[in-house]
Design a protein around this ligand. Structure first.
Ligand SMILES: Nc1ncnc2c1ncn2[C@@H]1O[C@H](COP(=O)(O)OP(=O)(O)O)[C@@H](O)[C@H]1O
Ligand SMILES: [Mg+2]
Length: 260
């Protein structure tokens, strides 16, 4: 469904120097897979998700969606189908909220893509997402977690085939995070989730893609196997060592930390 071949992406820093952000990345994702994208801050996770969403385009290599090469030019021709089938929950929900009310926000995609029974569909998903009482409220008034739920409702109501999520639990409290995980488990759509929360990572999927701080894909495989591989986790800088004091004895060992 998704095929990335030898992808590379650079950006120019403020002095105009080219800085690599993704180097020689290749992987394929089949329909229905649940993939977790891991890597320290700055490794390139958000950039990779933006490329998969057709917001940025690689300098080298190729990205195909359903065997259609995604480039600036080709995307123009297939924008509507692509945007209907593949949606992106960005890290900051404010980026995606632009309508006057929660109702309009959720209805927007339904109208854009020509769905029937818009009102019924909005009300049904609002009920399911605990948003019924906010339908007439401007999204601007909501908390970060509520905004996140509005954006998610607006994306899922159009019944996409793939959802990309950039650190979706960052704005959510534990209860809402649990709700999101249950929802994703029930949905059976292809998901690619980036997270820095290692204790939640295994809940979001069973396959891990790990980016190193040198912007290369250093692992593609079972997520539990990755977490058991201390050398790999050290290379990914997803674990660190610090000192402990047990009774009178001080020792140090590696830890997986949520804040990496
Ligand atoms: N156009 C740009 N100009 C300046 N810095 C950029 C640009 N694009 C990306 N960066 C830098 O690259 C870093 C890594 O990108 P990002 O994909 O956000 O990594 P991650 O999501 O893994 O933290 C960013 O933190 C930012 O500092
Ligand atoms: Mg990021």
């Amino acid at each position: 469904m998704i095929k990335v071949e030898h992808l590379a992406f650079d950006y120019k820093d403020f002095k105009g120097r080219e800085k690599p952000l993704l180097e020689d990345i290749s992987f394929t994702i089949e329909e229905g897979e649940r993939v977790v994208l891991l890597g320290v801050n700055g490794s390139g996770k958000s950039t990779l998700l933006k490329i998969l969403d057709g917001l940025l385009f690689a300098k080298e290599g190729a990205y195909s969606y359903k065997e259609q090469l995604i480039s600036k030019k080709s995307l123009k021709k297939i924008t509507k189908t692509f945007r209907k089938e593949l949606v992106f929950l960005m890290q900051d929900p404010n980026t995606l909220l632009f309508n006057a009310t929660v109702y309009d926000e959720i209805a927007f995609g339904l109208i854009e893509f020509g769905f029937e029974n818009v009102k019924e569909r909005v009300e049904a998903i609002a009920q399911c997402f605990g948003l019924s009482e906010y339908l007439e409220t401007p999204p601007f008034y909501l908390s970060g977690g509520e905004k996140q739920r509005v954006v998610l409702a607006a994306l899922l109501v159009i019944e996409p085939e793939v959802i990309l999520m950039d650190e979706p639990s960052a704005n959510l409290d534990p209860l809402t995070t649990g709700w999101l995980i249950d929802l994703l488990n029930e949905m059976h759509i292809t998901t690619i989730v980036s997270t820095h929360n290692l204790s939640l990572a295994t809940e979001f999927g069973n396959r891990a893609l790990i980016l190193s701080d040198t912007h290369r894909l250093i692992y593609d495989g079972d997520i539990t196997t990755a977490f058991e591989d201390i050398e790999l986790m050290k290379q990914a800088k997803l674990i660190h060592k610090h000192k402990h004091k047990h009774a009178n004895e001080t020792h140090s060992h590696y830890h997986l930390h949520d804040w990496c």
